[in-house]
Write a protein of this length. Structure first.
Length: 249
């Protein structure tokens, strides 16, 4: 399983040393997903934004908003073209750049966990990683019934699925309140501030990795661009707006 924390062969090693040799398959696949969705989303998902995300992490810890000049300086070190993958060697050519895969790691982990379960002969199960549900097969009574949470509490709607993932990105579980304003944890690369177009975006598709990356991307994209991308990838999608209204594909 991929390691994003301390230790040899981890993404922390890459961020600390700016090079990771003999990177394992999981790290390479996760980075490839990040690069792919940077292109698909027009830069709305950027795993090279670690410098900016670090400032927002500090803000959540201190209760003090990042300084705009600090955000702009950090944004100068988010060019994903400075992430070089050559075989199993990964290099960051900008010494002030860092990688943060928090937007997609949970989905990838769900797919990996499902593969392990299937390798032990399991043919019917559901994995719930919190906002990310991966189903394989069906229950004896039929399809899995998955509830999509209402950002204001309770269940907004249910869906029946088998061999599909149901992934939600939203502003209602991971957030911080600073000076009376609520800020979500999903940062728009263009504004460098938390995205606020929607309360949540839910994606239904086969791959949990794709679902996680897509839901995060769509959370920062305008609705028409988001619908076009969801259609291109064959995903069903549900958007929830601030006023509680919804849109879907």
């Amino acid at each position: 399983m991929i390691s994003t924390t301390a230790g040899k062969g981890s993404l922390k090693e890459l961020n600390d040393n700016k090079i990771l040799e003999n990177a394992d398959k999981d790290i390479l696949e996760l980075l490839d997903i990040g690069v792919l969705f940077y292109d698909l989303s027009g830069g709305k998902l950027n795993i090279a934004m670690g410098s900016v995300l670090s400032l927002w992490h500090d803000a959540r810890e201190t209760g003090i908003l990042p300084d705009d000049s600090e955000l702009q300086e950090a944004a100068n070190h988010c060019d994903i073209s400075n992430l070089i993958i050559d075989g199993d060697t990964v290099t960051l050519t900008d010494p002030d750049m860092s990688i943060d895969v928090g937007a997609i790691a949970k989905g990838y982990a769900a797919d990996c966990a499902a593969e392990v379960a299937e390798s032990y002969g399991l043919t019917s199960f559901a994995l719930d990683l919190g906002g990310n549900v991966k189903t394989v097969g069906e229950k004896p009574t039929g399809k899995w019934v998955i509830g999509i949470q209402d950002p204001d509490g309770g269940i907004l709607k249910t869906v029946e699925v088998s061999d599909l993932s149901v992934v939600t990105s939203g502003d209602y579980e991971r957030y911080t309140i600073i000076d009376g304003e609520t800020y979500s944890h999903i940062i728009d690369p263009d504004t460098l501030y938390p995205a606020s177009l929607y309360r949540s975006v839910t994606v239904i598709c086969e791959s949990s990795s794709l679902g996680d990356a897509l839901s995060t991307s769509l959370f920062c994209m305008d609705i028409e661009s988001g619908k076009a991308l969801a259609e291109e990838l064959g995903a069903e999608t549900l958007w929830v707006y601030e006023d509680g209204s919804t849109d879907e594909t």
